[in-house]
Ligand binder design. Structure first.
Ligand code: COA
Length: 386
């Protein structure tokens, strides 16, 4: 395995983008990433996308990706692992370069979700759950995460305020992110009193429906040194694991085994402990998800994710900043793009290029955690500035 660096990143402003098509989204971020790397050509492209067919009637992104990025005839491969599609695409591109098959590869992610109405989006997203045992019986993702939240509250005493604090924190951070979908701060009362989606999760405990894309360029370390003068950002750890697709089959409803395993793989590969990491971008698709993820990563002990959120451990100025970008909650969650956008954020933070008001003072090693479904697949990466 060769050393691999991220040498270019691109991400468009996320939101409800009526005037930007799926292909425009791909092109925008891909061209930004190429421009940032100072190159015009790559040898392959991986593109994470969960459900362009159901959202926009368009499949075959293995062709559309390279075509609208202006890099044909390089091979394009679409990667799908529900909301972890972006993280899995990044890992595929990483392995392609690390193996020596190619020197420069693009990993992109995209989802255009607002061309269908709310019911259509809920239906498309629910295809990531177990159709026969969950969706057929009426469960959707807010419902699945609400069950996890209720279980966590009962088992560990996690409170409604602790859940809401995840959203308060991430909206505070996202309000400072120039590319975020919802750039407004919210209070604990606003979160708790917002319209109920699935008890105990209100509208403001949920990530939104978003159009967006992101792209990064990976390069062998030797070549990267001659190509860019920017700080080199090395991929030092990569992990990927799965769990039962059906929530009811899990050993424990209130812990995320796939994330814990993927994180251990990534940390072992990097030769680091979680406390060596300076900051993390994690998959807060619902407020309870961030609490369970920080427990699975070891940022908080099992059952202590709520108190760790409430006492400011994961705040921008805390001991272990989590989701300084605003996370999925405030930045938005175009599902296939999310995992790649986390790498964009890590790279910008490590290079010192994040928005001024949310650039961390210490950002040399960052961790990205991206997951699919109710935690049925997880991808974890660790990046370090050289
Ligand atoms: N956070 C903050 N504001 C939100 C929001 C969110 N998550 N979702 C919608 N809004 C805002 C909209 O901008 C709109 O504001 P406006 O009236 O000022 O224009 C208002 O709330 C209503 O929006 P609407 O689009 O009608 O909401 P909805 O009821 O159709 O959808 C959810 C709300 C929470 C059901 C939807 O965002 C959702 O399903 N989220 C979860 C997505 C998901 O499951 N992702 C996969 C995770 S595994």
């Amino acid at each position: 395995m060769r050393d691999v660096a991220v040498i270019g990143v691109g991400m468009n402003k996320w939101g409800e983008l009526w005037e930007t098509s799926l292909r425009d989204l791909i092109a925008q971020s891909a061209l930004m990433a190429l421009d940032d790397a100072g190159i015009e050509e790559v040898e392959a492209m991986y593109i994470g996308c969960m459900s362009s067919g159901l959202f926009t009637d368009q499949e075959h992104l293995g062709s559309m990706g390279p075509d609208y990025s202006g890099i044909c005839p390089v091979p394009g491969t679409r990667v799908e692992s529900a909301c972890a599609s972006g993280g899995a695409a990044f890992r595929s591109a990483y392995m392609h370069v690390a193996s020596g098959m190619a020197d420069i590869v693009m990993a992109a992610g995209v989802e255009k979700m607002t061309d269908v109405d709310g019911g259509g989006a809920t239906f498309a997203l629910a295809t990531a759950a177990d159709q026969e045992y969950e969706v057929y019986n009426g469960v959707t993702f807010p419902g699945l995460y609400a069950m996890m939240a209720n279980h966590h509250m009962k088992k560990y005493g996690t409170t409604r305020d602790q859940l809401a604090q995840v959203s308060v924190k991430n909206h505070y951070n996202g309000a400072k992110n120039s590319l975020a979908q919802f750039r407004m701060e919210v209070s604990l009362d606003q979160v708790k009193n917002a319209v109920m989606v699935s008890d105990p999760l209100t509208l403001l405990d949920c990530s939104p429906i978003t159009d967006g894309s992101a792209a990064v360029i990976l390069c062998s370390m030797d070549k990267a040194k001659s190509l860019t003068k920017k700080r080199l950002v090395k991929v030092i750890g990569s992990g990927h694991a799965s769990d039962t697709i059906q929530l009811a089959q899990r050993e424990d409803l209130s812990s995320l085994k796939s994330t814990a395993i993927a994180a251990k793989q990534a940390l072992d590969m990097a030769g680091r402990k979680i406390n060596d990491i300076n900051f993390a971008e994690v998959h807060d698709c619902f407020s309870i998800a961030e609490i369970m993820v920080i427990e699975a990563l070891g940022i908080a002990a099992q059952g202590k994710g709520g108190p760790a959120t409430a006492d400011g451990t994961t705040a921008m100025t805390g001991k272990f900043p989590v989701n300084v970008s605003g996370g999925l909650k405030s930045k938005g969650h175009p599902v296939g793009a999310t995992g790649v956008a986390q790498i964009v954020e890590l790279t910008k933070q490590i290079r010192g290029e994040a928005d001024k008001d949310r650039q961390l003072k210490k950002a040399d090693i960052g961790l990205a955690q991206n997951m699919g479904g109710s935690g049925a697949s997880s991808v974890v990466h660790i990046l370090e500035g050289m």
